[in-house]
Design a protein around this ligand. Structure first.
Ligand SMILES: Cc1cc2nc3c(=O)[nH]c(=O)nc-3n(C[C@H](O)[C@H](O)[C@H](O)COP(=O)(O)OP(=O)(O)OC[C@H]3O[C@@H](n4cnc5c(N)ncnc54)[C@H](O)[C@@H]3O)c2cc1C
Length: 483
């Protein structure tokens, strides 16, 4: 039986169980599902299943896996590493209809929801109770809680509060063959291996989250947002390191360089930055009202020692919201500067910012591409945005080469090939630069234990194996094969 026939039979069973409105098969409609936020990594799925109830997820997975059909979970498709793309002819499980908030416990500080609820909807529900959900990816208007869990997403405010992993208390997940597991719980500690921790960040390769319980925190009493304009990017970077070294832990420290500023200033959330600004730093401190002005002043004083050109406090909530909207729409604003761009995502120790940014610029020069830097500076989470024109012969390849070289610099400096956008299919080869063959083999065995038939998001995250000299499998790109 061909793969196509297997998919057709499996989808017919899914239709019987879930109804015809739960299955998409028309080739035109399937194109709409062929990519996530990274259009370079497109592949048309064999079909799409849209469950409306959590029980439907288990029924659909049971039918698909019974026929040996790979399953790829999909939230909003805002991922940037090709994770929610069914590249091996599998079926997408679109969770958008599972968007209910199921329960909230204000006293205990948690919220339970279906995976298709947006990050912003969770944040708004929390805000209505005087609380907040800390992970706040810039894509929060669209991205889903399930996607946040699968990517272990970060955001502007994760410097002080931690990434998604630190805020997920429990999960229900449908795993291989349609079985259901409960992971984690409301109690402070649980015995045994941390399966919840393993699932968070597993990019849909261990199963699909169908219910997520997250921690809500009391909203801080007050906030101060400081915007700082620097002549030189180096001074902004040094300010970041020095603020942390001074024992101040801001909620957020976000940075944009001159080219990134040029992009956002042509977008809908213009702040009015001067065109010759070297870098912009957006810093937020929060907590008890008492002492916040002093913290903001200490930060401004550090920036003044670094020759800051201008530092000012947000006058009101409206101004603060504008500054954040300006920053959060920076990726899309690159469309104002070039017909195409590649988003990179790497992490480095904060103290290496100056050195690594210099290397990033050298690489861009060598490859003849322009690079705009937008990043969660406090976390050392860089996002070089590599601008290019796909109509120019060789430009896309040069952009990709530049991106890969930048990631290697991150690893060489003691960092990582991804901070928050995941590995997906985009960076699986780079995994062999980050990890040893033994470490990758251990990861592979963990994955096999959860998914013996290899039907959860196959091909993602781990580099492909190729036959070794003695018939053993070695990951491609491992030390003996080069990267
Ligand atoms: C403009 C822009 C800004 C961004 N900013 C940030 C940022 O600040 N921080 C950040 O971390 N990311 C950011 N991202 C990346 C992306 O938005 C996040 O990774 C987000 O969490 C993905 O959510 P999603 O619902 O779109 O997931 P999708 O893209 O649909 O899926 C992502 C991965 O999760 C898996 N998945 C989805 N739902 C489930 C589920 N229920 N169970 C198991 N696996 C599942 C998919 O199989 C896939 O591997 C940004 C993206 C864009 C386009």
């Amino acid at each position: 039986m061909t793969g196509g026939e297997r998919v057709a039979r499996a989808l017919a069973e899914v239709e019987t169980a879930l109804g015809t409105e739960a299955v998409v098969r028309s080739p035109g409609a399937l194109w709409a599902y062929s990519a996530d936020g990274n259009p370079d990594l497109a592949a048309r799925p064999g079909g799409v299943v849209l469950p409306s109830r959590r029980a439907d997820v288990a029924a659909a997975v049971a039918a698909l896996h019974r026929h040996g059909v790979p399953v790829v979970a999909r939230g909003a498709g805002t991922g940037l590493s090709g994770g929610a793309v069914a590249e091996e002819g599998g079926v997408l499980l679109d969770l958008a209809r599972l968007d209910r908030i199921l329960a909230v416990d204000e006293g205990e500080g948690w919220l339970r929801a279906e995976p298709g609820v947006t990050n912003l909807a969770v944040g708004r529900r929390a805000a209505g109770m005087g609380m907040f959900f800390a992970p706040d990816p810039s894509s929060q208007v669209a991205c889903t809680l399930g996607g946040n869990v699968a990517e272990n997403s970060g955001g502007g405010h994760c410097l002080k509060y931690g990434v998604t992993l630190q805020h997920v208390l429990a999960l229900e997940a449908v795993t291989a063959g349609g079985g259901t597991l409960s992971l984690g719980g409301l109690a402070a500690d649980l015995p045994g291996y941390d399966l919840l921790g393993l699932f968070v960040g597993s990019e849909g390769t261990l199963g699909v989250a169908t219910e997520v319980t997250v921690r809500l925190l009391p909203a801080p009493e007050a906030t101060r947002t400081v915007l700082m304009l620097f002549h030189r990017e180096e001074d902004a970077s040094e300010t970041v390191s020095e603020v942390i070294a001074a024992g101040i832990l801001p909620a957020a420290m976000e940075m944009m360089d001159n080219l990134a500023v040029a992009g956002v200033e042509r977008g809908p959330y213009r702040v009015g930055f001067p065109p010759d600004v070297g870098a912009v730093l957006l810093v937020e401190v929060d907590g008890l009202e008492a002492g916040l002005d002093e913290q903001a002043e200490r930060i401004a004083a550090i920036a003044r020692r670094r020759g800051v050109r201008e530092a000012r406090l947000a006058r009101d909530e409206g101004e603060r919201a504008l500054w954040w909207a300006n920053r959060k729409t920076a990726f899309g604003a690159m469309g104002n500067l070039a017909p195409a761009y590649l988003v990179q995502d790497g992490v480095i120790p904060r103290s290496r910012l100056v050195r690594v940014l210099r290397r990033v610029r050298e690489i861009a020069r060598t490859e003849g591409v322009r690079v705009a830097n937008v990043f969660h500076a406090g976390d050392g989470n860089l996002h070089p945005l590599i601008l290019y024109d796909p109509a120019e012969p060789g430009a896309a390849a040069r952009a990709r080469r530049a991106g890969a070289a930048m990631l290697r610099v991150c690893v060489d400096e003691g960092g990582s090939i991804t901070g928050e956008h995941g590995v997906g299919s985009e960076k699986r080869e780079e995994m062999a630069y980050q990890f040893t063959p033994a470490e990758l083999a251990l990861m592979r065995s963990v994955r096999d234990a959860w998914d013996p038939a290899g039907l959860w998001n196959p091909g993602k995250v781990l580099p492909p194996e190729r036959p070794g000299p003695t018939g053993t499998a070695v990951p491609s790109g491992s030390a003996d094969g080069g990267v």
